[in-house]
Design a protein around this ligand. Structure first.
Ligand code: MSP
Length: 544
């Protein structure tokens, strides 16, 4: 009993999630924090539900954009990357993001992985030299067509001027994979999530895929093309996206020797444990790179393909796009310092259906977290505990076995599988929603039964039955709250931890025993003999 979760087991299903590797041209913004909060919630849930999870996040450090930022700052690109990467690591710590692997594309191992992959694809006959003449947006690190630009030659995403350049580069034969890609999306209609984003990709493929350059002469900060291809005096670095996408593989490769991990053909012939990803979680703006470039690259290298891609929406502030010039940027660490971890995680996970665009407004933020975390959940918990301490000294009575057929028992017992069904579909806000349906029901039940009044019944003919009914109501609520506390861990880990501590649990319970009814009775009376419920203090302080 009370087996604290996550005993390593050989037969656990594997779940591998990646977040985007964030550009380090600037410090992390709320968009990056949003993705990682959602990714962390998904991974925590899968761990709770019994999977062996690997969550990978990291940084994308190469390319012209970062080279320029470092030059403008008068420092080396590596020094700049080290500094900004540290900020990402600190922020993930603050947000309590439990990642397993951190990918840095400037690492030596990654450089070797990219070089090796380039050679593998070249050996397949999918890389050739040609002249590129076209347009490029440095902010997107992407090639542009004349017809997609705004007036004045501006990039439609960043509203900055695109550059024209012409160079002899190495190209990747993307067009060769058109038919294979079309077939792949036909065979895997659920590959892109939410499903409505598939249309954008299909249209793009239908318009005709063009081979694209995967090396640059004018960019120095990147992985050099393999030595065997270098012409004297004509150094080229590998295109930043061709490099960065491989950052999803690098940290999985075990280090044979700290500084000198050999990247061999065998490693790629049989990629390490966890490959391929169960899901790449990304923003909708970079879906194309993942759904088309990346899949074609993997097809070319004959490597197993990821199982799913999830393109989430964009955040706005008070209905407006966030931007430095507008001065309406949300700084994630400041938000956290002001409102605390659980409030911030809860708002973004619950208030914005995962996949849709969403807005941040301070007023709605405060209203939401006060209504849900302080009123519905916090008050319920402290009210019930107070009654338990006042009426049975916080000890779980030895003479009451709860009926597992009551409406509340049934809803509580079914809750884990309902939450799981939503989380398996990445419907994070719906998963939280069904948990709060039960919380609402518990509140309603208390108001109807009024245990505080029943305890005051002094009529000798009914007092025993009244007290018993009151205690049953409290125990039933506690039993449900134990299940709820476990299920809330992926979303609001701090509150969940406090709630679990009430029941003497230091960690989430194992999935199989989560919905055991009368768990508290058994645990406190048979295992923790005599121990009382613990007072957690204030669960969540109302934001004024
Ligand atoms: N470096 C590439 C990803 C390479 S993955 C191999 C990149 N980096 S990024 O830093 O520009 O963006 C990282 C993620 O942040 C993207 O998924 C992007 O969608 C997301 N967001 C950027 N601004 C955002 C919002 N305003 N709202 C939500 N997410 C946003 O692209």
């Amino acid at each position: 009993m009370n087996s604290q979760s996550n005993n390593p087991s050989k037969h656990k299903p594997k779940f591998f999630l990646t977040t985007p590797l964030y550009y380090v041209n600037a410090e992390p913004h709320i968009g990056s924090a949003y993705t990682n909060i959602a990714a962390d919630a998904i991974c925590r849930f899968q761990r709770l539900a019994g999977s062996e999870v690997c969550m990978l996040t990291g940084v994308d450090e190469h390319g012209g954009k970062i080279e320029k930022t470092a030059t403008d700052r008068g420092i080396t690109p590596q020094a700049h990357c080290d500094e900004i990467t540290e900020k990402f690591v600190e922020l993930w710590e603050k947000f309590n993001i439990k990642y397993d692997k951190f990918s840095r594309t400037s690492s030596e191992k990654h450089n070797k992985v990219v070089e090796h992959f380039f050679e593998r694809v070249k050996a397949k006959g999918d890389i050739y030299q040609a002249e590129y003449k076209g347009l490029y947006c440095l902010a997107c690190e992407d090639f542009k067509n004349e017809r997609e630009l705004l007036g004045g030659g501006l990039c439609p995403v960043h509203h900055t001027k695109v550059q024209e350049y012409s160079e002899t580069n190495y190209f990747f034969a993307l067009s060769k994979y058109s038919d294979k890609l079309i077939q792949f999306f036909k065979d895997h209609p659920d590959f892109i999530q939410p499903k409505y984003r598939l249309h954008e990709i299909q249209t793009w493929i239908d318009e005709g895929l063009k081979d694209f350059p995967i090396s640059r002469r004018s960019v120095n900060w990147g992985v050099g093309i393999p030595k065997s291809l270098e012409e004297t005096g004509a150094l080229q670095t590998i295109y930043v996206w061709f490099d960065a996408l491989l950052g999803y593989i690098t940290p999985l490769i075990k280090d044979t020797d700290k500084n000198n991990t050999e990247i061999t053909k065998e490693i790629f012939d049989k990629l390490p444990e966890f490959w391929p990803p169960s899901i790449h979680v990304i923003g909708k703006d970079i879906l194309r790179f993942h759904a088309v470039y990346w899949i074609a690259m993997l097809m070319s290298a004959e490597l197993p393909l990821p199982k799913k891609l999830f393109g989430h929406g964009f955040l706005t502030k008070d209905g407006e796009k966030m931007g430095k010039t507008r001065g309406n940027i949300i700084v994630p660490a400041e938000l956290l310092d002001k409102f605390g971890l659980d409030a911030v995680r809860f708002y973004f996970l619950f208030n914005i259906p995962f996949g849709s665009d969403g807005d941040y407004s301070e007023q709605i933020f405060i209203e939401t977290v006060n209504a849900y975390l302080a009123n519905r959940l916090g008050n319920l918990f402290s009210r019930v505990l107070k009654l338990c301490f006042n009426n049975f000294d916080g000890k779980i009575p030895e003479n009451i076995i709860l009926d597992s057929g009551s409406a509340i028992a049934k809803q509580s017992i079914e809750l884990p599988s309902k939450v799981k069904a939503h989380m398996d579909n990445f419907e994070i806000h719906l998963a939280i929603g069904v948990i709060f349906d039960l919380i609402d029901k518990l509140n309603l039940n208390l108001t109807e039964i009024k245990p505080w009044t029943l305890y005051k019944d002094e009529n000798p003919a009914s007092t025993e039955a009244s007290h018993r009914a009151a205690t049953e109501c409290l125990l039933e609520t506690l039993e449900s709250l134990r299940i709820i506390a476990n299920l809330l861990e992926p979303f609001i880990p701090n509150m969940s931890e406090k709630m679990l501590s009430v029941f003497g649990l230091k960690n989430t319970q194992c999935w199989a025993e989560l919905n055991h009814w009368n768990y508290l009775y058994k645990n406190f009376n048979e295992h923790l003999k005599g121990q009382t419920l613990q007072d957690p203090g204030i669960l969540f302080s109302r934001i004024q």
